[in-house]
Design a protein around this ligand. Structure first.
Ligand code: C2E
Ligand code: CA
Ligand code: CA
Length: 557
C-alpha cells in the first residue's frame, strides 16, 4: 500500500512522540522538503544532539554521524527522495555525548504526497549494543552475528575458508595491573589494527574476552591466515613503538581451515578455541593452525579424565594396587614392595599409569585417589608385616599431592587409624622441577624429614634430579632409574655415573636402590656396584596382592 498525505504533520509528530515513550528505541520523522527532523527526546541524552527537533537536518545530522558513515547514509536518503526505493534500513555509527561511536540500526518508511513525491521518512533507531549485536569497545559485531552470518552463507552455498581468532596475551594481568580502561584501549587498538590489515574481504568480529575473530571465505591459499597474523603482529609492534612502549603486549592466534559441508559453527568455534589454547601453551606470541589429530588426542584425554572422575566417585571402581618386590642385596631376601596403581577402565580397558597419572594430576583427582592408594597400601603392608615384621612398603607421591593437599596430615591420620607407625614406610617422590621452584614443596619435604618419615628420590638421573639432593640429604633413599641400569653393560659413562652416585650416596649414609634390573647378566654386573636394594622384572613384575602373597610371603609363614 502506498502511504500518501492525508496525514497532518503535527499530529504525526505527536503520535510518534507518544510511541517513543513506550520503547527503548528512538522514533523519528524526517520532513524532506523542510529539512526538518524530530526524534524521541531520550535521544538527546544518548547522542551528540542538543535538541530533539530541528531544521537544517542534513547539516545537524552530519555532526552526530560517524564521519566515515555519513556519505553512505546521505546516498541512501537521496535514493529514497528520488523514489528509487521506499525504505531505509541501515546499520551505521552515531556519536554519543562523548564523541564515541555507537552502532545503530536505522529503519524508516517513506510517506508520499498526493503526487507521489517523498514527503516524510518515519522510522526508528535502535542501538545495536542494546540488542546485543555490537561490542562498543571495539565497535565490532559480536559472535552472535558471526554465527548468523556463517549459517546464512553456508545455507546458501558450500564455502571454504578459514576462521582465525586472535587473543591478547596475559590480558587478565594487563587489566589487573593497569586497569580495565587501559585493557579496553588495547583491545580497541587491536581491533583498529586488524581492521587496517584485513583488506582482502576478511570480516572481523569481537569474540568473548580478549579475542577478535576473522572470517574469510572463498578461494583462499593455505598460508593466508598465517600471513595475516604476521602482518597484524608487525602492525602491533609498530603501534607499540609509536606509543613509546606504553601499551606493550603480544598476541597469539589460532586458525582453522574449513569446508562448510562438514563444519557446524559450534564445532568450528571449539576447534578455534583449541588452536588458540595451543598457541598460548606454546609460549604465546605465536600462531597455531588447528590439527585434527592433536584435537582428537585432546578430546580423548578429556574423556579419560571424565571416566577417571566417575570411577573415583564410584568407590574407586576399576582401580587396584599392584606390588613389585624390592630385594635387599645385603641378605638377598625380600625387603618390601613398591605399590603401583592399575586401572581397568570400563571403556578403555587396562591403561598404563604413565598415561592416566598425568591426567589425574592435571585435574587434581590424584588427591582423592592418592588417599585411597595410601590407605590400601598401608593396610596391605600391615597384613604382610604379620609375616615379615620389617616388611617395607614404598608408596609413590605426586608433586600435586605435595603441593595441593595436606599429605602429611593425611598420612598420619591414616596410620593412626590403622594403629601403625611410619617405620618401614617409604614415600617416593619424582623430581620434575617442583622441588627447585616451589618453596611450599620444599617445606613439605622438610616436614617429612623432621617427622623422620622416610623419603626416596625416584627415577634419579632423569629429568631434574640434582646432586644437591644427595649432598643436602633431603632424601633417605636414592632410586636410580632403569635407563642407566640398562646401559651399564654397554656404556662406560653410565657405568661410572651409577658407580659414583652410589658411592656418593653411601658416603652420605643414604641407601641406594637400582630400578629395572631385568636379566641375570644385568644383575651380575650391577651387583659389583653394591646397591642396597634392587627392583626389577628379574625378581618379579608388579602383581596383585594375592599373587605377591603367594610368591613372596607364603614361604615366610
Ligand atoms: P615408577 O615409580 O618409576 O615405577 C616403576 C615403574 O617401572 C613401574 O611401571 C614398573 O612396572 C616399571 N618397572 C619395574 N621394573 C622394571 C623392569 O625391570 N623393566 C621395565 N621395563 N620396567 C620395570 P608402572 O607400574 O607402569 O608405573 C609407571 C609410573 O607410574 C611409575 O613409575 C610412577 O611414576 C607412576 N605410578 C605408578 N603407580 C603410582 C601411584 O600409585 N602413585 C603415583 N603418584 N604414581 C604412580
Ligand atoms: Ca616409584
Ligand atoms: Ca622409578
Amino acid at each position: 500500500m502506498r502511504d500518501s498525505i492525508h496525514v497532518d504533520f503535527k499530529q504525526l509528530e505527536y503520535t510518534l512522540s507518544v510511541v517513543g515513550k513506550c520503547t527503548d528505541d528512538y522514533v523519528y520523522i524526517l520532513d524532506f522538503k523542510k529539512d526538518y527532523y524530530s526524534i524521541s527526546e531520550t535521544a538527546v541524552d544518548a547522542f551528540r544532539i542538543s535538541e530533539s527537533s530541528f531544521y537544517n537536518a542534513t547539516e545537524v545530522l552530519k555532526d552526530v554521524m560517524y564521519p566515515e558513515d555519513y556519505p553512505k547514509v546521505v546516498a541512501d536518503l537521496t535514493a529514497i527522495q528520488k523514489r528509487e526505493r521506499d525504505t531505509h534500513n541501515m546499520e551505521y555509527r552515531w556519536l554519543d555525548k562523548y564523541g564515541d561511536p555507537v552502532w545503530i540500526s536505522c529503519r524508516g518508511h517513506v510517506i508520499l504526497d498526493e503526487n507521489g513525491n517523498a514527503l516524510y521518512l518515519v522510522g526508528r533507531i535502535s542501538e545495536l549494543a542494546k540488542r546485543n549485536k555490537i561490542d562498543n569497545v571495539t565497535s565490532l559485531y559480536n559472535i552472535n552475528i558471526l554465527e548468523q552470518r556463517y549459517e546464512e552463507i553456508v545455507s546458501r552455498q558450500n564455502i571454504e575458508g578459514y576462521m582465525m581468532v586472535i587473543g591478547i596475551d596475559n590480558f587478565k594481568e594487563i587489566n589487573e595491573k593497569y586497569g580495565h580502561d587501559f585493557g579496553d584501549r588495547i583491545l580497541a587498538n587491536l581491533a583498529d589494527i586488524v581492521r587496517r590489515c584485513a583488506v582482502d574481504g576478511e570480516a572481523i568480529y569481537r569474540m568473548e574476552g580478549d579475542c577478535i575473530a576473522i572470517f574469510h571465505y572463498g578461494n583462499i591459499r593455505e598460508d593466508k591466515a598465517k600471513e595475516l597474523y604476521k602482518k597484524i603482529r608487525s602492525a602491533i609492534d609498530e603501534s607499540i613503538e609509536e606509543n613509546g612502549y606504553r601499551m606493550f603486549h603480544t598476541v597469539s592466534a589460532g586458525a582453522v581451515y574449513f569446508s562448510s559441508k562438514e563444519m557446524e559453527f559450534g564445532k568450528l568455534i571449539d576447534q578455534l578455541g583449541f588452536a588458540l589454547h595451543n598457541a598460548k601453551l606454546k609460549g604465546k606470541n605465536t600462531f597455531v593452525l588447528y590439527d585434527q589429530e592433536e584435537y582428537e588426542r585432546y578430546i580423548r584425554r578429556l574423556d579419560i579424565q571424565e571416566c577417571l572422575r566417575r570411577a573415583i566417585e564410584d568407590d574407586f571402581k576399576g582401580f587396584e594396587l599392584y606390588y613389585q618386590p624390592i630385594m635387599d642385596m645385603r641378605c638377598n631376601q625380600i625387603h618390601g614392595a613398591e605399590a603401583l596403581i592399575r586401572w581397568n577402565s570400563e571403556k578403555y580397558g587396562f591403561m598404563s599409569p604413565m598415561e592416566f597419572i598425568p591426567l589425574l594430576e592435571e585435574s587434581s583427582l590424584i588427591i582423592p585417589l592418592g588417599r585411597w592408594i595410601l590407605e590400601t597400601a598401608l593396610r596391605q603392608c600391615q597384613q604382610w608385616q604379620e609375616q615379615i615384621p620389617n616388611f617395607c612398603m614404598n608408596i609413590n607421591l605426586s608433586f600435586v599431592q605435595l603441593q595441593k593437599s595436606n599429605m602429611i596430615a593425611d598420612a598420619i591420620e591414616c596410620m593412626n587409624k590403622l594403629g601403625m607407625t611410619s617405620d618401614n614406610i617409604v614415600f617416593e617422590v619424582t623430581e620434575s622441577g617442583e622441588i627447585e621452584t616451589s618453596q611450599a614443596t620444599q617445606n613439605v619435604l622438610k616436614e617429612f624429614k623432621d617427622r623422620s618419615i622416610c623419603l626416596a628420590i625416584d627415577d634419579f638421573g632423569t629429568g631434574y634430579s640434582n646432586l644437591r639432593y644427595i649432598k643436602e640429604k633431603m632424601f633417605d633413599l636414592v632410586k636410580i632409574d632403569r635407563l642407566f641400569i640398562q646401559n651399564i653393560m654397554q656404556n662406560e659413562y653410565d657405568y661410572m655415573l651409577v658407580k659414583h652416585v652410589t658411592e656418593l650416596a653411601h658416603s652420605m649414609n643414604l641407601m641406594v636402590c637400582y630400578e629395572g634390573v631385568e636379566t641375570e647378566e644385568e644383575l651380575e654386573s650391577v651387583k659389583r656396584l653394591c646397591p642396597d636394594y634392587i627392583q626389577g622384572y628379574y625378581y618379579g613384575r608388579p602383581m596383585n596382592a594375592a599373587a605377591f602373597t603367594k610368591q613372596f610371603l607364603q614361604g615366610n609363614c
